[in-house]
Ligand binder design. Structure first.
Ligand code: MN
Length: 343
């Protein structure tokens, strides 16, 4: 069922085929489902969860979608988003966890999951750091999005691809490929996009919702962060403090994507963005880090050393402050990797 270590395309395809067949058998046998995904949900987490919800409901199943964190405004228009709840249901026959390399990544605790008492756990992930912690694990680190894996599942199911499913899955793939620009994008990504557009996904309307509906706070937060930007040895970094967030009138989700501005600079090979976390006092400041790479170095490795994870080109972790120490630790790590790369 594991595909991450597959050595050839054929092996990978057959591993995915086996995983899809096994998962479909399970889905058909059971009636009640929970779907969840990671904290601070992004387009893939939400589009995948809702796309799968629509697929299962089309199969006549009872589905609850729960997220620990609020749904960002730019995704609240997704079909079904308003039904997403925070509370886990009681004893679903199957709990499906998307895009998480461990339970804690959902924002719910092991204890929360134990209390929910799911019959079977299913883990669908495309992270390099993906691990087999559930009863059924389908991990394909070569997939451009979990939404693309679920697209394959939906096609294999023989269920009709509805406009709702197409809209959700297209949004997942659009956002997780950086608008079809990351190295994970290939010909089959566009074949998928073509199919989903034919089934009713409106690419222009979706792009408008996702990329042209920013809050003023988000743009002001970007401005605040850019005043702190440093560039050195192919690496860019910047941060935002609680005080700057207040000044910008920004909320946490307004900081999504600032790191992409940094990696967008021509000579920059790796970028780090730090956001101060609000919950702890002066003495123990902590920072949420987002890392990006143009592919030369593996920033999932960097994040992994600080207790986080992700992909080669995009990862995240949480680091103890103070700010100067957090920056020094992470930039030293990235610098070493860049030096090794360029040696
Ligand atoms: Mn993803």
């Amino acid at each position: 069922m594991m595909a991450a270590g597959a050595t050839s395309m054929t092996e990978l395809e057959s591993a995915n085929g086996d995983a899809i067949a096994a998962l479909l058998t399970l889905l058909r046998m059971r009636q009640t489902f929970l779907i969840t995904s990671h904290a601070r949900p992004d387009g893939d987490a939400l589009g995948s969860a809702l796309g799968l919800m629509h697929l299962l409901e089309g199969m006549g199943k009872q589905v609850t979608v729960a997220f620990e964190d609020p749904i960002p405004a730019i995704y609240q228009w997704l079909p079904g988003a308003l039904r997403i709840q925070r509370n886990l249901p009681s004893a679903p026959e199957v709990a499906i966890v998307l895009e998480c390399d461990c339970i804690e990544r959902t924002g719910y605790s092991q204890a929360d999951f134990k209390r929910m008492a799911p019959g079977i756990m299913v883990n669908v992930d495309h992270h390099l750091s993906g691990r087999s912690y559930a009863e059924v694990n389908w991990i394909d680190a070569s997939a451009c999005a979990v939404g693309a894996m679920l697209y394959d599942l939906a096609v294999a199911s023989g269920e009709p691809m509805t406009e709702y499913m197409a809209t959700c899955l297209y949004t997942a793939v659009l956002t997780d490929t950086g608008g079809f620009t990351y190295p994970s994008t290939n010909a089959s990504t566009f074949a998928l996009a073509e199919h989903l557009l034919r089934r009713g996904a409106d690419s222009s309307a979706i792009a408008r919702q996702v990329y042209f509906s920013n809050t003023v706070g988000k743009i002001r937060a970007l401005g605040e962060a850019l005043t702190t930007m440093r560039i050195e040895d192919g690496m860019a970094w910047a941060w935002i403090t609680e005080e700057q967030m207040d000044r910008a009138g920004a909320v946490v989700e307004d900081c999504e994507g600032i790191v992409n501005t940094l990696i967008g600079i021509g000579d920059v090979q790796a970028a780090v963005f730090l956001r101060e976390l609000p919950e702890c006092g002066e003495a123990t400041r902590r920072f949420r880090l987002s890392l990006r790479s143009k592919g030369g170095i593996d920033v999932a490795e960097v994040a992994g050393r600080f207790g986080g994870g992700g992909h080669r080109t995009a990862s995240g972790c949480t680091v103890e402050g103070p700010l100067e120490r957090a920056i020094a630790a992470v930039t030293a790590d990235v610098r070493t990797m860049l030096q090794r790369l360029n040696a």
